[in-house]
Design a protein around this ligand. Structure first.
Ligand SMILES: C[S@@+](CC[C@H](N)C(=O)[O-])C[C@H]1O[C@@H](n2cnc3c(N)ncnc32)[C@H](O)[C@@H]1O
Length: 401
């Protein structure tokens, strides 16, 4: 198609075909039913105000709503992530599926997958979003999808049990209703946040709890309402912030800020630095006092903080001291070596603990998908088992293969 100014305008059908091809090439789409669902749906009609290129960009989200501070509370998720999560969910014809967090498009994809014998319910906490999703679904012929206005923390009892529950906002915990509303062989796909990073985890039921089948890094807007995250964040000074959801961590802003004025201790592990997502998960769950360190670019340029903190890096925080991961080129291998930077009175001790973990990961667990997550609902055992993370309604444990 050619525009009046002579430029090429790509029509939605071409963009859609390109999107499906790109999702297949990147292995986000791995099965024919998911490919067929993406090919069938006019994605741009669920983002009527967005430019076509944005609507069909596989990695970008489409903004839908922001709060008073300008933070996004609702987006149309990136097609890449939607495809990955639908593959994790393995939705089959005839299933009953609950989506938590609406928009319309993903629910319509699920409707394609369950077919006319299945049933899809999508619930959102925000009336504007439910109304918008309803309009888009009706306009595109997906009027069979049921839309519900409620806090998804309670699931949607009317319609349970579900074969699949797919959560599309970052959840800090797994409330009892999500497990209770799954069928015996049901699966929950949920972007679960642990110490500031989120992974889409596909859980199957395992006795009273859940056991993971797969996981991958994901970014989502945070869940609101009853289940909102229990996180603490402190700014140490302009451009340096720490966040944690671990009750054992004492975030002492004055002492930690002063620690950055003490000389930096650098320790090298001799171990390879690669598979950053997997290493990060291991560190987050293995550090005795985990937090996440964020730094602004100008402080990195000044040499105060290492570049690893630009996107957030797992940190060990204790007694007003801090240690966090860094890396350097390894001329022998052509790759990178991991290391630690530490500040404060206890820099030596923290660096020792951190380096020992870097070495253990490289020796024992350095591969994709080495972790198995378990969610155990109910009373939190005391003391908390090694490698376990305390949540509101239970604990997450991770074992390494
Ligand atoms: C990423 S958007 C959903 C995207 C959507 N599934 C799509 O088709 O692209 C996340 C949604 O979760 C909703 N949400 C946040 N907390 C919620 C809660 N407790 N219960 C239900 N919905 C919630 C937000 O209002 C937002 O619309």
């Amino acid at each position: 198609m050619t525009a009046v100014d002579g430029s090429t305008v790509r029509d939605p059908d071409t963009l859609r075909a390109d999107m499906v091809r790109a999702l297949r090439d990147r292995k986000a789409i791995a099965s024919e039913p998911v490919a067929a669902a993406f090919a069938a749906l006019p994605r741009h009609r669920f983002a009527p105000d967005a430019p076509l290129d944005l609507a069909y960009d596989i990695h970008r989200t489409v903004p839908v709503k922001r709060d008073e501070q300008g933070l996004e509370t609702s987006v149309m998720s990136a097609a890449h992530l939607q495809a990955v999560m639908l593959e994790q969910a393995a939705v089959e014809p005839g299933m009953r599926v609950l989506e938590i967090g609406s928009g319309g498009y993903n629910a319509a994809l699920i409707q394609e997958l369950v077919g006319c014998d299945g049933a899809v319910t999508t619930v959102d906490i925000d009336r504007d979003i439910v109304d918008r999703a309803r309009r888009c679904l009706d306009d595109t012929g997906y009027d069979r999808v049921r839309t519900v206005l409620a806090d998804g923390e309670a699931g949607v009892p009317d319609g349970a049990p579900y074969d699949r529950i797919i959560v599309t906002a970052a959840a800090w915990d797994i409330p009892p209703a999500w497990i209770g509303q799954l069928t015996e062989k049901g699966r929950l796909v949920v972007p679960l946040t642990l110490c500031g990073t989120t992974r889409s985890v596909a859980f199957d039921r395992d006795g009273e709890g859940l056991r993971s089948r797969s996981y991958c890094l994901a970014r989502f807007v945070p869940i609101q309402g009853e289940g909102a995250a229990e996180e603490r964040k402190v700014a140490l000074r302009d451009g340096i912030a720490l966040q944690t959801d671990d009750k054992r961590v004492a975030l002492e802003p004055t002492a930690l800020d002063q620690a950055f004025d003490t000389p930096r201790l650098a320790r090298w592990s001799g171990a390879a630095y690669d598979l950053p997502d997997e290493l990060e998960l291991y560190l987050t769950l293995s550090l005795s006092r985990p937090a996440r360190l964020h730094a602004a670019e100008y402080l990195v340029e000044q040499g105060l903080v290492d570049a690893s903190a630009l996107l957030g890096v797992p940190a060990l925080v204790a007694d007003g001291s801090i240690a966090y991961r860094t890396r350097r080129e390894n001329e022998n291998t052509g790759g990178f070596e991991s290391g630690v930077i530490a500040h404060g009175n206890r820099a030596e001790t923290l660096a020792d603990e951190y380096v020992a973990l870097l070495r253990r990961w490289a020796r024992d667990h350095r591969r994709q998908g080495a972790a198995t997550f378990r969610y155990l609902p109910g009373n939190v055992p005391s003391p908390l088992p090694q490698g376990a993370v305390q949540k509101r309604h239970g604990i997450v444990t991770v074992t390494w293969n």
